[in-house]
Design a protein around this ligand. Structure first.
Ligand SMILES: Nc1nc2c(ncn2[C@@H]2O[C@H](COP(=O)(O)OP(=O)(O)O)[C@@H](O)[C@H]2O)c(=O)[nH]1
Ligand SMILES: [Mg+2]
Length: 456
């Protein structure tokens, strides 16, 4: 589709961005860091934030949203910082975008467009891509049309069509809409097949690794936690992981547990209605994990609402996946969830922590920014235990020639005793049920002899 190309015009990746917000009397934002969420979103989209500007107003200025004095200031800020892009913290009308772009001589992107750009880059399934495409069609294309109309006026192609006739933009829009609708119907049946096949592949892959996903609102600290936990770990070069989850890295939790950690797409405050379907489709990647770490910024006044929204949304997604898997006759297990209470360093006292721990027993208070944090150590231990499964003491007998299996046992269990005899290795070890399953799935041949329990 020719139009989809136009969309690259609104791409945010690697642009130098100035963030701008107009605060109205009823605006909701975090007073300590009013542009925190937008900054996280812009960074997620791949922009480099070089400047920020906020204006307080009673109501938006009709033509430009932001006041005219501030508009000059905005342009000046762009000039001094070398910004190539301005990102607004709210939605703008096509004509407002046009006016600001003209005045500041920079590309302007509004909040919904920024979010859509992130979804577009994160959509992994056909369905998710389609959902995003539809949302872009509804939201972004009319804006592009306003731009074309503008161009047409300048270039003077209007002579072909009489006044009041539909502009090519609008006509094209209708055609695109129909094409996408048809594509959607076509793909729907195909999709079910593809997705359940993919899930089977993933579940096979899950036997080799224990996969953990980070879920939570934008600005909760997911990327910070991801970086702290996996500092120095290698990015997964595995193609499947690379496409399933956008950022996956090895996480060394000790004991050779083979844990993979993924930073997934974040929830967004006041997500515009027309973007909800796209977001949910994008969040489907979480269904491939063994464990989800719910990262909650407990210092945020809306933590309660954020927790509720995350849990409810996951419930809805998992319910649907469960249904379609059951229909396909496949066994699928929803990932476990572990609540993390982040940014505890920002709390005045531990009232909040007590509340959350009472509410979600097992919740771990953490400070994602601090590599030495005790909570992170607790988390590491808990994930290690989960990733190993039930640990039992066993004696495994395997041919000495099978160095791969022997190696795995040395790395992934606690070996208590080794003896070699008659071309066979007898290894007494404390080993997790998950590790055993993974070894078997990997083709390891061994016999098990229950250990004589030595008085424990
Ligand atoms: N005070 C404090 N700030 C944190 C902590 N974790 C993250 N942050 C900050 O919160 C902001 C958002 O973090 P980020 O990891 O980008 O959030 P994401 O959108 O969930 O990926 C950044 O400014 C971080 O420095 C923490 O434990 N304590
Ligand atoms: Mg992030």
């Amino acid at each position: 589709m020719a139009r989809t190309k136009e969309r690259t015009d609104i791409k945010v990746a690697s642009e130098k961005a100035v963030l701008a917000a107009v605060h109205l009397p009823d605006s909701r934002f975090d007073e300590r860091d009013p542009l925190g969420e937008l900054r996280s979103l812009a960074e997620t989209a791949g922009a480099v934030v070089v400047g920020e500007l906020i204006q307080n107003r009673q109501r938006p200025e009709a033509g430009t949203y932001i006041g005219s004095g501030k508009l000059d200031e905005l342009k000046g800020l762009c000039d001094t910082t070398g910004a190539t892009l301005i990102v607004f913290d709210h939605d703008l009308s096509p004509s407002q975008i046009g006016n600001i772009e003209k005045h500041c001589e920079r590309k302007v992107v509004d909040r919904s467009e920024l979010i859509l750009d992130i979804f577009a880059s994160r959509a992994t399934t056909h369905e998710a891509k389609l959902q995003v495409e539809l949302a872009q069609l509804e939201y972004t294309f009319p804006r592009l049309r306003a731009m074309w109309d503008h161009l047409e006026r300048i270039v003077g192609v209007g002579g072909v069509m009489g006044i009041g006739a539909r502009g090519p933009g609008e006509q094209q829009l209708e055609i695109d809409r129909r094409i996408v609708k048809r594509k959607q119907t076509q793909l729907r049946r195909e999709l079910e097949e593809i997705q359940s096949r993919k899930r089977r592949e993933v579940s096979r892959r899950r036997r080799d690794h224990y996969t953990v996903g980070l879920v939570g609102y934008t600005n909760a600290g997911k990327s910070t936690l991801f970086n702290t936990l996996t500092a120095g770990g290698a990015y997964a070069d595995d193609r499947l992981f690379a496409t399933l989850m956008t950022r996956t890295r090895e996480w060394d939790v000790g004991g050779g547990a083979g844990v993979m950690l993924s930073d997934t797409v974040g929830f967004v405050r006041d997500l515009p209605h027309n973007l909800i379907a796209s977001f949910k489709a994008t969040l489907e990647e979480t269904t491939h994990a063994d464990l989800l770490l719910i990262v909650l910024d407990v210092s945020d006044p809306s933590a309660e609402m954020q927790y509720e929204t995350v849990m409810k949304t996951l419930d809805e997604i998992f319910e649907e996946v469960e249904k379609s898997e059951r229909k396909a006759g496949a066994a699928w297990e929803a990932p476990e969830r572990q609540l993390l209470l982040n940014k505890v360093d920002r709390l005045q006292d531990n009232k909040e922590i007590l509340y959350w721990v009472a509410r979600s027993p097992g919740a771990i208070p953490i400070c994602a920014r601090d590599p030495e944090d005790e909570g992170l150590e607790t988390l590491r231990q808990r994930v290690r235990e989960k990733s190993m499964g039930d640990v039992r003491e066993l004696t495994l007998i395997t041919p000495m020639a099978d160095s791969k299996t022997i190696n795995s046992l040395e790395n992934r269990s606690e070996v208590l005793e080794r003896s070699y005899d008659n071309g066979e290795a007898r290894i007494r070890a404390r080993i997790g049920s998950r590790v055993l399953d993974q070894l078997r799935a990997g083709g390891a041949k061994f016999e098990i002899e229950p250990a004589a329990s030595g008085g424990m």
